[in-house]
Structure formats: structure tokens, C-alpha cells
Ligand binder design. Structure first.
Ligand code: NAD
Ligand code: DAU
Length: 359
């Protein structure tokens, strides 16, 4: 039975990945999830699988070398899938240091401990051990509105403290591959959306605000473009890269789904109105009057767009969920998990929201 060490599995993509993997492999794999449970980590995301015999949770910080070393010493880890990170650009603009600590130092600790566990006396590595570093398209910087795509060969040009710290982590993984022949892959993915996403990010924030009759804060002119991918498609890509990809390679993962932020907000308004029952009183206030243009994000990247040719041609992965379908699945999930949303939007979230949106 193959053993996975997943970092950051209590967050948005990590928890979707763990669900995807148990749905696919059921009892044929074992997963150890190590997560520090920051504001973004939520044990509720894994409630339905927490009692499985082949699942274990370890609360630890990835910067804590001793804690990570202990996990490798006590378990024969076959795969590392490294999600744990500080992930929100706006938070990185206000408080960059924690991003450098977790994203750069934390990745260095993970690499070093995996290397120590897997390296043989002659400097080669045990057979069939693999590390996958989950990264972002933001490391490539910003594209112009009228053309171009991010390829695996596009030079890195990060602009925010978040993307700079992720670029630093990618460079460390590349350095381990080049220097030691460390068995790894990197995936650089576009914007994800779907169940369990924390409502600091565009889509869940807009869904939650609209349902509560709150303003929908659109940064700048609302014409920044992102390439949206349904999270289950990302989970599938990660698994396929680890099992079918060539070691030491980077694969870009994207949705072929470029949209301006303002288009996304309008689709959310339209879809909420379609999906709510005809007599639901919330329908009275869910309309475009809620849209409010607010001060732009500092250094706001204009456009991201992934060219997923390599992952399609080499591995056969393609996004399966259209945006119209994915947004309905996402909204239905938030309808059915009102308590989840109420829990994460109380307490610290209110302070974050007030300081971020001056409300
Ligand atoms: P998230 O913020 O929802 O979750 C991050 C998880 O990491 C949380 O569970 C948190 O508790 C944990 N964590 C944070 N600091 C930690 C530490 N020091 N030690 C241990 N655990 C820690 O993030 P996400 O959106 O799920 O993103 C996951 C990964 O995917 C990140 O590496 C991110 O850069 C990358 N990524 C995200 C997107 C996206 O659209 N969200 C797109 C491409 C790549
Ligand atoms: O591209 C991949 C990246 O996507 C990931 O690496 C990051 O972890 C993830 O957070 C995401 O970054 P973005 O900055 O693109 O996502 P966010 O949801 O924060 O914002 C999406 C766009 O919407 C962006 O142009 C800013 C805008 N926005 C965002 C918020 C929260 C608004 O206009 N209003 C808002 O309130």
C-alpha cells in the first residue's frame, strides 16, 4: 500500500485532493495529512474521512524540522504532495514575512527531510519515491490583455510577495532536482474554485456577500483576467502528473477558461438567481446594484492564461468541468454548507474583512 504525505491538506485544494484520492483509490492508499491549521486550515473540510483507518492527521508546522523528520522516521513515505502555503495575495501585501517563512523555509524543510529519508549511501534515491510541489501560474507574472500564454519555459517574473515566495519555493525544488537528482515534479496551476474555498478569494467571497445582501467589491476596473479551473480537475492533474509525468519536469495546469473578474461576478449573480427557489426573499437584493468598484490591489497582475499543451500531449490531462457547470456545483455546495460558511466567517474573519474592505 502506497503512503502519501500531504501537506496543507486541511486547506481548500488539499482537502479536495484528499477527497479525490480516497474516491479514486479507496483502501489502496494511505494518507498522512500534516497541517498547522492556520486561519485557512479547517478540520471540518475532512470530517467525512477523518475516521478512515488509512488516514491520519498530524497538526504540525512545515517549518518545524523535528516534527517533519519524525513523520518520515515513523512512516515509509512513498509520495509527498506539498500544498501547504500562505496563499492569499492581499494578505501577502499586508504581511509579507509569514509568506517567506512558510512558502520558502517550509518548502526547504520538506525537501530536506524527504531527501534525508529517501537518499541512499551512494547519493541516488530509493526507487519510486516522488515529491510533487504544488505551485501557481502567478510566478510567471502578468500577460498583456491582447495575447500570449504562460508556457513551462516562460521566464519567472513574480510581482506580489505571495508570488515571489512561491517562485522562491519553485527555485528550491528545481535546485534539489538539479543538484541532487531529487525525484520531484512541479505543477503551476491557474485560479481554482469549488467546494471548501475560504471566502477571502473572489468566488466564495462574492457568493457569500450576494447571499447576505452585502456589496460585491470589485478591484479597479474589474477587467483583470484569470483562467479558472474547477478544483477537482486540478486534483486529477496532480495525481496524473505524479503517476504518468516525467520526473524532474514542470507541468502547467489550466482551465482554458479566461474571464474578466466583472464577468465572473455577473455570472454569480445570474446563477444564484437561477438556482434559488422562485419565492426566496434573497432574490430581491441579488442583482448588479450590489457591485461596487473599490480601490485596486497594489501591483495587480492584469492577466493570467495557461497553455496546458504539455500536460495534454504528454499525460492526456484536460479540464473536464466547464465554468457554467463548475459554478453551479460550487454554488450548490455553498447552499448545502451554510453552517461551514457561518463558522468560517465569524471571529477573525470579521476583523480581516473590516481591515481589508474598510467596512
Ligand atoms: P489554502 O490557503 O486554502 O490552504 C493552505 C493550507 O496550508 C491550510 O490548510 C493551512 O492551514 C496550511 N498551512 C499554512 N501554513 C502552514 C504551515 N506553516 N505548516 C503547515 N501547514 C500550513 O490554500 P489553497 O488555495 O488550498 O492552495 C494550496 C496550494 O496550491 C498552495 O501552495 C498554493 O500556492 C497553490 N495554488 C493555489 C491556487 C488557488 O487558486 N487557490 C492555484 C494554484 C496553486
Ligand atoms: O493564479 C493562481 C492563484 O490564484 C493562486 O496561486 C492563489 O493562491 C489564489 O489566491 C489566486 O490568486 P488571485 O489573486 O488571482 O485570486 P483572488 O481570488 O484573490 O482574486 C481573483 C481576482 O479577483 C483578482 O484579479 C483580484 C480580484 N478580486 C479579488 C477579491 C478577493 C476582486 O476584484 N475583489 C475581491 O474582493
Amino acid at each position: 500500500m502506497r503512503t502519501y504525505l500531504v501537506t496543507g491538506g486541511a486547506g481548500f485544494i488539499g482537502s479536495n485532493y484528499i477527497h479525490y484520492m480516497f474516491d479514486k483509490y479507496d483502501k489502496d492508499i494511505r494518507i498522512i495529512n500534516v497541517d498547522a491549521l492556520t486561519y485557512a486550515g479547517n478540520p471540518e473540510n475532512l470530517k467525512d474521512i477523518e475516521k478512515r483507518d488509512n488516514y491520519a492527521f498530524v497538526k504540525a508546522d512545515i517549518c518545524d524540522k523535528d516534527a517533519i523528520e519524525k513523520i518520515f522516521k515513523e512512516n515509509d513515505i512513498d509520495r509527498v504532495v506539498h500544498f501547504a502555503a500562505e496563499s492569499h495575495v492581499d494578505r501577502s501585501i499586508k504581511d509579507p514575512e509569514v509568506f517567506v517563512r512558510t512558502n520558502v523555509l517550509g518548502t526547504a524543510v520538506m525537501l530536506n527531510q524527504a531527501k534525508a529519508a529517501w537518499e541512499l549511501p551512494d547519493g541516488s534515491f530509493m526507487k519510486d519515491k516522488k515529491f510533487l510541489h504544488v505551485s501557481t501560474d502567478e510566478v510567471y507574472g502578468s500577460l498583456s490583455e491582447d495575447g500570449g500564454f504562460f508556457y513551462e519555459t516562460t521566464p519567472y517574473s513574480p510581482h506580489s510577495p505571495y508570488s515571489a515566495s512561491k517562485a522562491g519555493s519553485d527555485m528550491l525544488v528545481k535546485a534539489y532536482m538539479d543538484t541532487y537528482g531529487f525525484p520531484a515534479n512541479i505543477t503551476n496551476c491557474s485560479n481554482n474554485y469549488g467546494p471548501y474555498q475560504f471566502p477571502e478569494k473572489l468566488i466564495p467571497l462574492m457568493i457569500n456577500n450576494a447571499l447576505n445582501g452585502k456589496k460585491l467589491p470589485v478591484y479597479g476596473d474589474g477587467k483583470n483576467v484569470r483562467d479558472w479551473l474547477y478544483v477537482a480537475d486540478h486534483a486529477k492533474a496532480i495525481d496524473m502528473v505524479q503517476e504518468k509525468g516525467r520526473l524532474f519536469e514542470t507541468y502547467n495546469v489550466g482551465g482554458h477558461n479566461e474571464m474578466q473578474n466583472i464577468e465572473i461576478v455577473k455570472i454569480i449573480i445570474e446563477t444564484l438567481n437561477e438556482m434559488l427557489p422562485p419565492d426566496d426573499p434573497r432574490k430581491e437584493h441579488i442583482n448588479t446594484d450590489l457591485i461596487t468598484y473599490v480601490e485596486d490591489r497594489k501591483g495587480h497582475d492584469r492577466r493570467y492564461a495557461i497553455a496546458p499543451d504539455k500536460i495534454k500531449n504528454e499525460i492526456g490531462w484536460e479540464p473536464e468541468t466547464s465554468f457554467r457547470e463548475g459554478i453551479k456545483l460550487t454554488i450548490r455546495w455553498y447552499f448545502e454548507h451554510k453552517e461551514w460558511m457561518d463558522n468560517v466567517t465569524s471571529g477573525d474573519y470579521l476583523d480581516y474583512y473590516r481591515s481589508m474592505y474598510k467596512e
